[in-house]
Design a protein around this ligand. Structure first.
Ligand code: ADP
Ligand code: 5SP
Length: 543
């Protein structure tokens, strides 16, 4: 036993379930866990497939470098998701607390008067019909957007350079970070900005619907805006003023992520028979929630292979942000931080190559990957279909064994192995720059859609020379949200903060060892990582 009192049993002697949600790029997902935090139900609504009327591709709409998603689509997805959960036989009365997550950095603009609508929703009607007119900006900018370069330059310049901004907010200026997206809306659509009474992140937008009033933004997701002082955990007034007037009021005070914000809105009580005392715990970013779902410990590294690929780890002690990657406030420990690297060209790039070379089939893709040896006979590829984040670069770069740039590989299998090796070597090279050391004693925890693919995971194991672990569900974001709901409720019922790792001690999820590194392949990737780093630098200097 951990010595932590079983607060869940004390507060809720009957069934006590927890609902975790994830408003991610391509889908809205949910997981329900029981009092032991074991998964009972999972559900998902895919935006392209289940809501074709919004005409998204991969959950988003592209207009050059501006990338958005229709805000009301996420609301309609929630209507569908709740109905899906209902038909699993779930009794919503059993849910003691809810939390959730959202794709990071994306923003939602609530029109003046929208909170009134939120708090007086008619339970006989769908949410999307009632909230359709509540958004002053119809299409929310999302994390894939890269249209705010000039705003980024301005902020870095005014703050005394990129490192100064990173020291303050955890990151240098990034185009997808919300402060710059808000500045762009003010410049291009001022009347919409002035008609906005509240700006939410995707996470706090989802939370607001469950609360029936505006939810504050939690510290962890707030760290992805270039607006929060990650040391004081307050908005930085200089950064706010640089982006837009009255922004402090439109954002409200950020809160620590485990905050219980209040009971669920009467809409959900009346429409779905939730218990009126069911608590809503602040939602956070999808990567922070995933860190909670994987119960990461110091020394472990997590890799999420979702729409984006991300690499993240728990940071103890004082944060030392650099010009690459991000430092976010930790979602489960108010004193700690997490480091994150984001790669925009993740699953969608792999999918494109699968569609062209492997007949849209992951089985055929795997067969091609497995018929080529580690090292790909010396061929290397970098595939940045969209402008990459780490590092900032776009285009396709293929090299032969003597490092000469070539236009195409001769074999489909070479292209397939090149995309996987290139993506995974990039993760290793950039994680090492953050101070991470690969090696047999290191454990890599994987999650996200592509972590279903064992052939890809074997390459990951060899490239990182590390053992690869997965959970029973590849959806650690939802799981982390459900854990955070349970933890937030326990903290509310307790007199003192309960460390998350202690709280989870008797409830930790199962991890399965899926792949172990092969000695010869791992050796080969040591030298290939150095070669990849040199090739990447040469590409960057030639831009
Ligand atoms: N067997 C597989 N091999 C490789 N990739 C896969 C496989 N199954 C699903 N995926 C990828 O998973 C992606 C979705 O991952 P997910 O974590 O659900 O994304 P998000 O949370 O960003 O919406 C899809 O774009 C798909 O390419
Ligand atoms: O921009 C980032 C992190 O900084 C992305 O990781 C988004 O948070 C999207 O997440 P997925 O939908 O790919 O999980």
């Amino acid at each position: 036993m951990s010595g932590v009192p079983d607060i869940l049993a004390e507060v809720a002697p009957r069934r006590s379930y927890f609902l975790g949600l994830d408003f991610s790029t391509q889908q809205l997902k949910a997981v329900v866990v029981d009092e032991k935090l074991k998964v009972l139900h999972e559900a998902a609504v895919n935006f392209d497939r289940n809501l074709p009327e919004y005409r998204t591709n991969g959950g988003v709409k592209k207009n050059g470098s501006s990338i958005t998603a229709p805000t009301v689509m996420w609301v309609k997805a929630l209507d569908l998701l709740m109905d899906q959960l209902k038909i699993t036989g779930l009794d919503f009365q059993d849910i003691s607390a809810i939390s959730g997550a959202g794709q990071q950095h994306g923003s939602v603009y609530w029109r003046k008067g929208a909170e009134k609508v939120l708090s007086t929703l008619d339970p006989t009607k769908f949410l999307f019909l009632q909230l359709a007119n509540c958004f002053s900006v119809q299409d929310s900018p999302v994390w894939m957007d890269s249209s705010t370069q000039s705003y980024c330059e301005t902020m870095e310049k005014k703050l005394g350079g990129p490192q100064k901004l990173a020291d303050l907010t955890g990151s240098r200026a990034y185009e997808r970070f919300t402060g710059h997206q808000i500045a762009k809306i003010l410049t291009e659509k001022a009347e919409l900005y002035f008609n906005t009474e509240r700006i939410s992140l995707v996470s706090s937008f989802g939370c607001s619907i469950f609360l029936g009033s505006y939810s504050p933004i939690d510290w962890s997701d707030a760290s992805g805006m270039n607006l929060l002082d990650i040391n004081s955990k307050e908005w930085d007034s200089q950064c706010l003023h640089m982006c837009a007037p009255d922004l402090k009021e439109k954002l409200d005070k950020p809160v620590v992520a485990h905050t219980c914000l209040g009971p669920i809105s009467s809409y959900f009580v009346e429409r779905y028979s939730f218990d009126p005392s069911c608590q809503v715990v602040a939602f956070t970013g999808d990567n922070p929630a995933s860190l909670a779902g994987m119960c990461l410990e110091a020394g472990d590294i997590a890799i999420s292979l979702g729409t984006s690929d991300t690499v993240f780890l728990w940071l103890s002690g004082n944060p030392t942000p650099s010009l690459e990657g991000h430092v976010f406030c930790n979602p489960v420990d108010p004193q700690a931080y997490m480091a994150l690297l984001c790669f925009k060209n993740g699953s969608l790039t792999r999918e494109r190559i699968r569609n062209v070379y492997a007949n849209r089939s992951w089985d055929q893709f795997d067969a091609l990957l497995n018929c080529t040896p580690p090292g790909n006979y010396g061929y290397v590829g970098m595939f940045f279909d969209e402008q990459e984040i780490t590092p900032k670069i776009q285009g396709t770069f293929r090299f032969d064994p003597s490092d000469q740039r070539i236009d195409a590989f001769e074999e489909a299998a070479t292209e397939v192995r090149a995309v996987i090796e290139g993506q995974l070597l990039a993760k290793r090279v950039h994680a090492e720059r953050l101070g991470f050391r690969t090696g047999e004693s290191c454990r890599v925890f994987v999650t996200g859609g592509a972590s279903n693919n064992k052939s890809i995971l074997q390459v990951l194991s060899d490239v990182f020379n590390a053992h690869i672990y997965t959970q029973d569900t590849t959806n650690s974001t939802c799981l982390g949200s459900a854990y955070r709901a349970a933890h937030g409720l326990a903290v509310k019922q307790s007199d003192a903060f309960i460390p998350f790792n202690e709280f989870m001690a008797d409830r930790r999820p199962n991890f399965t060892l899926l792949c172990s590194p092969r000695v010869e392949a791992a050796k080969l990737y040591d030298s290939m990582a150095a070669r990849y780093a040199t090739l990447e630098s040469s590409v960057l200097t030639q831009l």
